[in-house]
Design a binder for this molecule. Structure first.
Ligand code: GTP
Ligand code: MG
Length: 530
């Protein structure tokens, strides 16, 4: 009962409609005042005031810190004039429902020695190709007509491919047009320059997409919360500016894609509005962070490469039906919080986060960094890794490097102050692996689990518990209290009760095994041991 009350208290302090707040199992803390859901929020507070059930102190604090709520309109995101500019640069449409037959070309530098300098030198081209196919499959109605690797001398050539290769590819495209009604070409390179893209489009007479534009298309589709939509909209802008800068004036005029002054103004205005909205959202996030600290709930951030099984693991640990793991890249775009319980009955919040991916141009993920920064302030980080993936080791290093740089950002660029929370490494999808890959077998401290078949979770939970107790300064204590007295009720409300047993020496007393922080213990002493 106490846990439910505690949850109600936590949920009440969050900007959710009452119906959701009443559900102890799941809440999104990305619904923000000033963005989507403001009306709900306003009426939520009004209803609270009327019902006299609101936590007035907390309500007051929020009102004071945020000032008076203003109605903000998200409709500015759906802007036809902007769509035209974006469509010209990125080849994306809002109509993701239309079906596409895609030819994927994975260019790679032929000679290993030259590849050493590229950011992904430890990932094989066939793995990159597989990731490109997974990106396409993450979009409904998009199908891979054919996927192939294309060895090149360099990735920077203006025409990308040499003349011989170009002829070969054109013949292939002609065949695929007949066989599969090919509709677009996906060149799996971070970004193509404007010149490369336009040259290829003219040669193949098909729209040409790069990794940036395909990922944006996926993000647009998966972004449902206000914050995610704002972040995706923001992530589009650097790409459009870069493409425009890259385009020569004569070329763009001829191609019908030159940014006019009006179009530039459209982009600038959009950027200003987005920045203002995101600032507001982030201020709100900071508030929520403070609130979580006040509520004293331990936080476990679950991070990892996209599709590693983060959402599946949280679902398994919290038995939460509402969570939907999907075999799609970037399925999760919102940081969401989920209540779970450790073996000692201590309640914790698991944070599901946006997945990482390598070979994405800087700029694309900068907009999501703020949401990941929350993970840096968690009490423990669980790093979920897909052990069955051929690039497991490279994915792992990519996530670790990104975490380090995030911690550095959170510390305001001070390397001496940047400290990551303790990290628990988890190898997931062990059900798909018959033998542990050599590179992964030496890590003794790693947990080997399967979120899908729910194996290995018990030890993982024990480890999370141990780390949480250490990092939050909680400890396990036995306390003898009067049976049925206020002390007992207080402990049920404010501490995690592992078990309660009768005191054999004194039937009027009970022995309570609790997990309690020093601060809560001091409160208990002040309350009852004066
Ligand atoms: N065989 C197997 N599949 C798993 C396991 N865990 C997750 N999966 C599958 O992997 C896919 C991705 O799972 P998610 O939990 O959505 O992965 P995620 O890390 O949250 O992915 P993003 O949110 O897109 O970054 C889904 O199809 C899951 O069913 C596992 O232990 N074994
Ligand atoms: Mg997920």
């Amino acid at each position: 009962m106490s846990s439910l009350r505690a949850w109600m208290r936590l949920a009440r302090s969050l900007p959710l409609p009452r119906t959701m707040a009443a559900m102890p199992c799941r809440f999104k803390y990305t619904q923000h005042q000033g963005v989507k859901g403001i009306r709900n929020r306003k009426s939520f507070y009004e209803a609270q005031m009327q019902a006299g059930q609101g936590d007035e102190e907390e309500g007051d604090m929020e009102q004071k810190e945020q000032g008076s709520p203003e109605l903000t309109d998200m409709r500015f995101l759906d802007d036809r004039a902007y769509d035209e500019v974006a469509g010209g640069a990125m080849r994306i449409t809002r109509d993701t429902a239309s079906s596409q037959q895609v030819l994927i070309l994975q260019p790679y530098v032929k000679w290993a020695a030259k590849r050493q300098n590229s950011p992904n030198s430890d990932v094989r081209p066939e793995d990159q190709l597989a990731e490109a196919s997974a990106l396409v499959h993450s979009l409904p109605n998009w199908q891979v007509a054919k996927a192939l690797k294309v060895p090149l001398e360099s990735l920077e050539k203006k025409t990308l491919f040499g003349s011989g290769k170009l002829m070969e590819l054109k013949a292939l495209v002609a065949d695929l047009r007949q066989e599969r009604h090919l509709t677009c070409l996906f060149v799996s390179k971070g970004t193509l320059s404007f010149a490369q893209k336009r040259f290829l489009e003219a040669e193949f007479r098909l729209p040409v997409m790069d990794r940036y534009s395909v990922v944006i298309q996926i993000l647009r589709l998966h972004a449902t919360s206000a914050e995610a939509r704002l972040q995706v909209a923001m992530a589009e802008l650097p790409y459009i500016w870069a493409q425009a800068k890259d385009a020569s004036v004569t070329q763009t005029r001829r191609q019908g894609y030159a940014l006019t002054d009006l179009q530039k103004e459209i982009l600038r205005t959009r950027e200003r509005k987005l920045r203002a909205e995101l600032d507001r959202v982030r201020r709100q996030r900071q508030l929520l962070r403070q609130k979580r600290k006040q509520q004293n709930y331990p936080i476990v951030a679950v991070v990892g490469y996209t599709n590693a099984g983060k959402t599946s693991l949280i679902k398994a640990l919290t038995v939460e039906d509402a969570l939907q793991p999907r075999n799609q890249l970037f399925a999760t775009l919102d940081v969401t919080a989920h209540a779970g319980c450790l073996p000692c009955n201590l309640e914790v919040i698991y944070m599901d986060t946006v997945g990482f991916m390598s070979d994405l141009p800087t700029g694309l993920f900068e907009c999501f960094v703020a949401t990941l920064e929350d993970a840096m302030l968690a009490d423990v980080i669980v790093h979920v890794q897909d052990l069955s993936h051929p690039c497991h080791a490279a994915q792992r290093s990519h996530v670790e490097a990104t975490l380090r740089s995030l911690a550095f950002n959170v510390a305001g660029g001070d390397s001496t102050a940047s400290q990551l929370p303790p990290i628990i490494d988890v190898y997931n999808k062990c059900d798909l692996v018959s033998s542990i890959p050599e590179a992964a077998s030496d890590a003794a401290a790693v947990h080997r689990i399967s979120a899908r078949s729910q194996t290995g979770l018990e030890h993982l939970l024990e480890d999370i518990e141990q780390q949480i107790l250490t990092s939050t300064g909680r400890r396990k204590l036995q306390m003898r209290v009067p049976n049925g007295g206020p002390e007992m009720a207080w402990l049920y409300k404010n501490a995690a009760v592992v078990e309660t047993i009768a005191d054999e020496e004194n039937p009027e007393r009970l022995m309570m095994h609790v997990v309690i922080s020093q601060r809560t213990l001091d409160q208990f002493k002040r309350e009852f041991l004066r």
